[in-house]
Design a protein around this ligand. Structure first.
Ligand SMILES: O=C(O)C(=O)C[C@H](O)[C@H](O)CO
Length: 307
């Protein structure tokens, strides 16, 4: 029942004010891979993060933060380059702005060797993302290599970031990974326009399956998730309304990490997606990517199953 996530954990400086005016930031730790691995660990699955941090104070704190959330940090290597960081401005209206400080970071120097030194090939579920592939050519190779060598279920979150990559390169990674993927989790809108040229979730679903993914869960924010499998079945899973929204950052990662954890623990795809929607709703209550992590009890309570 184990999940392995590959990617860059980031130091996070967050504020509700605009980045060009804020002078007080909350320090925490985030990055799509860390957010997802924390969410996966919270499900009770064993969850490892394969990453690199720099030999600096923030790298050490970041590893302690991940371990404190139950993440297996044995494959977070301290290497050359700085620990990646970003500043985040987000408010309840959904407005978000990022400023990255990650070019040449320790994690951007990862490559296929990091995958070979990790438990990717034997993991029950391997969670990969387009953010990781977009960090550098060697990270792009690492993602493709991980998808090809994983013997468990590969879950791929395209997580398109125009500040890191372009549509063509992102599509290229998706095409390479999809044939190995048990599940692709594109957001619509978000990933859909740049990657598929449409914001119609049914078209996005068909496109993912057409690329060879065995299933796709198209996430549509408050509209829920459109889940389709290669056998032609399509199911709409409604979103769980959030009581209040502080910050949407990391909701998609909570969804992906939680569903990966549930899959690793033997849940079927529909149960795993339902659990993911609950975790995403709860994550909206916290500031930053890891400000609020759903417990399994909370997830069970929201999806109406006995804990
Ligand atoms: O955008 C990124 O690369 C990040 O990983 C920063 C945030 O934590 C992430 O976007 C949340 O999904």
């Amino acid at each position: 029942m184990n999940v392995v996530v590959l990617g860059e954990p980031l130091v996070e400086f967050s504020t509700a004010a605009s980045l060009d005016r804020a002078d007080l930031f909350r320090l925490s730790f985030s990055g799509d891979a860390l957010n997802a691995s924390v969410a996966a660990a919270a499900t009770g699955a064993s969850a490892a993060l394969v990453a690199r941090v720099g030999a600096d104070e923030f790298g050490e704190r970041l590893v302690r933060f991940a371990a404190g959330h139950g993440v297996d940090t044995r494959w977070i290597v301290t290497g050359e380059g700085s620990t990646g960081a970003y500043a985040l401005s987000a408010d309840p209206t959904g407005r978000r702005a990022f400023a990255y400080m990650r070019a040449g970071s320790a994690a951007s120097r990862m490559g296929p060797g990091d995958v070979d030194r990790s438990p990717v090939s034997t993991a029950g579920v391997v969670l990969l993302s387009g953010v990781t592939a977009a960090l550098s050519p060697s990270c792009d190779q690492a993602v493709r290599h991980a998808a090809a060598t994983a013997r468990g279920k590969v879950v791929y979150d395209p997580n398109f970031r125009s500040r890191l990559t372009g549509p063509e390169a992102a599509r290229d990674v998706l095409k390479a990974v999809a044939p190995h993927a048990a599940l692709v989790v594109p957001s619509c809108p978000g990933d859909s326009g740049p990657l598929f040229g449409t914001d119609d979730p049914h078209e996005v679903l068909r496109a993912c399956l057409g690329l060879g993914a065995r299933a796709a869960a198209v996430t549509m924010g408050a509209e829920g998730v459109l889940l389709g499998t290669e056998d032609g079945s399509v199911l709409h899973v409604p979103a769980i309304p959030a009581e209040s929204v502080v910050d949407q950052t990391g909701a998609g990662d909570a969804f992906a990490g939680t569903l990966a954890g549930w899959l690793a623990r033997g849940a079927d795809l529909v149960q795993a997606v339902r659990a993911g929607t609950a975790a995403a709703a709860i994550s909206l209550h916290g500031q930053g990517g890891t400000g609020r992590v759903a417990t399994t009890e909370e997830i069970h309570a929201l999806i109406g199953e006995a804990a």
